[in-house]
Design a protein around this ligand. Sequence first.
Ligand code: HEM
Length: 188
Amino acid sequence: MHGVIISNLKKYVEEKLGEPAWDTLREKAGLKDKAFIPISMYPDSDLDQLIDAAGEVTGQDRDAILLDFGAWIIPPLMQMYRSFIPEDWDAVTFLMNVEERLHERVVRMKDASAKPPHINVSELSPGVLEVQYRSHRNMSALALGCVHGVAQFYGGSASLMEERNDGGSHRTFVVRISQGAAENRDAI
Ligand code: HEM
């Protein structure tokens, strides 16, 4: 797993649970003193163990943590990768392009060891998107959280209309995106 995700998990945990919580989670995860930097790759098991430890500490289940973290991580990712995101995109355009323009062109092509999920998005009717999550990682709740985060980033919201299990860890979500005024876009 890309260090950009785990180093943001550290910031998320510190913001939600206070600074000392990161050390507690690393210790519970068997990763005491391990540092995570945004330009390195780490075993997927590191992230899984940190999420399990966060579940132990907060009493939340894994999917609830991934959903919340997915929404939280979008603004920092937008900030880091802002030069790849056209100014005139809105939430729907962003989601329709995330696979090809970000996961493929920015993540996979630049780092052969990164394996971001395939997020295939199609617009069923205006503002209603079908979002397919395809990954070996069983983190579809993170993907749904990211959808909420993108909608909120552009000043709107997302509501889940339908969810399908497509076998293994593959999932399909149907979401309605209510567009906002995009005032956040100026902030990045
Ligand atoms: C600025 C936008 C985004 C950037 C730069 C970005 C980048 C990344 C990177 C670097 C990873 C780690 C990949 C790896 O280590 O193999 C990742 C993972 C992930 N991304 Fe994105 N992403 C973005 C937006 C999104 C959106 C909008 C979604 C969902 C709709 C999404 C869903 C996920 C999920 C679920 C993972 C976890 C890994 C997995 O399940 O296999 N991302 N992303």
